[in-house]
Write a protein of this length. Structure first.
Length: 349
């Protein structure tokens, strides 16, 4: 592979002199901080919130590095993984000229982030069994293709992508392959972080919004080469992760046994839900899942969706999504919530 990062980056980003914030120019332990025009008297939000947060999230990255077994300088922390998606597009794609490849049905934000940046989204449908169509992806690549987005486990289909397919695409492609692992904690397979030695053009996205239970804090992660992480750090807003989020996250990372227990319970409930749904007359098919949701094909989808809402149970209607005709995406809830869903569906016949 002739992967050349410098050639791939937009020239204006390559030449960017990033904003230098007060807190990045001085980060030692001083007792008199008169450099950032903060309120020196205090904060009504609590101790310390009168100060700007660490722009590079040093302590947080060190803790994440320990947990993930990867060097801190290969970690980007963002305002949700959605920020990482947007940054990658802005770093590599020239508006009105460059293109990205997505593989629908998949997470909608890739296409939206591309559209916002006036980047054409070349769509290569997954196969009927929701796997990557490797040959078609390869054929869709043009000299202006900078990024390929792959979601594994995929939203909304729930399956892991065949590992060899992802590796084959990454080996062949001269641009960046982004592997979105928002649901990896629920999956039977390993993370693509393990392929970093062999594949310098992979960026792995993960998030604290799903298994980790912190969607409200807005914190996502990207793992990549030091050079790519450096580019992301230069382009991001200086204080992209709030002090409250950094503080809450550092505390939460000490509660991993709780997360492990919740994931185990979600997996147990997923198995129960798959088998109970499969036994219902209105359910035509339940797709196997490596995530914390299941995709189910049901008769009279829109009608069932609406009658669930009437019973105050909200699922995601994917009936109008390519390859997902007739499907509802159902998040795994607590045992009580799942039972309410099943009872509501049983009423439908
Ligand atoms: C939920 C989800 C995310 C998470 O986005 P955040 O901005 O981190 O909350 C990312 N990718 C996929 C595929 C998702 O389903």
């Amino acid at each position: 592979m002739r992967f050349n990062l410098e050639k791939l980056v937009r020239p204006n980003i390559q030449n960017l002199k990033p904003y230098s914030s007060a807190r990045s120019e001085f980060s030692g332990g001083a007792s008199v901080l008169l450099d950032a025009n903060e309120n020196a008297f205090g904060s009504p939000a609590g101790n310390g919130y009168n100060r700007y947060p660490d722009p590079l999230q040093g302590e947080l990255k060190r803790r994440v590095a320990e947990i993930k077994g990867i060097s801190p300088d290969r970690i980007f922390v963002g305002n949700g993984s959605d920020e990482a998606i947007d940054l990658l597009i802005r770093i590599f794609c020239e508006p009105g000229r460059d293109t990205v490849i997505t593989c629908p049905p998949t997470y909608g934000m890739y296409g939206v982030a591309a559209a916002i940046n006036n980047i054409e989204d070349i769509k290569v449908l997954l196969t009927d069994d929701f796997q990557l169509d490797v040959e078609s992806v390869k054929q869709a690549v043009t000299p202006s293709t900078k990024l390929i987005f792959i979601c594994s486990p995929n939203n909304p289909t729930g399956n892991l992508m065949c590992r060899e397919s992802v590796i084959e695409i990454a080996k062949e492609f001269e641009g960046i392959v982004i592997v979105d692992e928002a649901y990896i904690d629920f999956a039977a397979g390993p993370s693509f972080i393990e392929e970093f030695q062999k594949l310098p053009n992979i960026v792995v996205l993960q998030t604290f919004s799903k298994a980790w239970g912190m969607a409200g804090l807005r914190v996502g992660l990207a793992f990549a080469s030091i050079e790519i992480i450096d580019l992301m750090s230069r382009v991001k807003p200086p204080y992209n992760v709030s002090g409250i989020a950094q503080c809450a996250l550092l505390n939460a990372l000490n509660k991993r046994p709780q997360i492990t227990a919740w994931v185990a319970e979600a997996l147990k409930e997923r198995a129960r839900l798959v088998s109970a749904l499969s036994n219902l007359n209105i359910v035509e098919k339940v797709y196997p899942s490596d995530a914390n949701f299941v995709l189910a094909k049901v008769a009279e989808t829109n009608k069932i969706y609406q009658s669930l809402i009437d019973k105050k149970v909200v699922v995601r209607n994917r009936n109008n999504v390519e390859l997902c005709g007739g499907c509802l995406r159902i998040t795994i809830g607590t045992p009580e919530e799942n039972q309410m869903l099943l009872n509501a569906l049983k009423d439908e016949g």
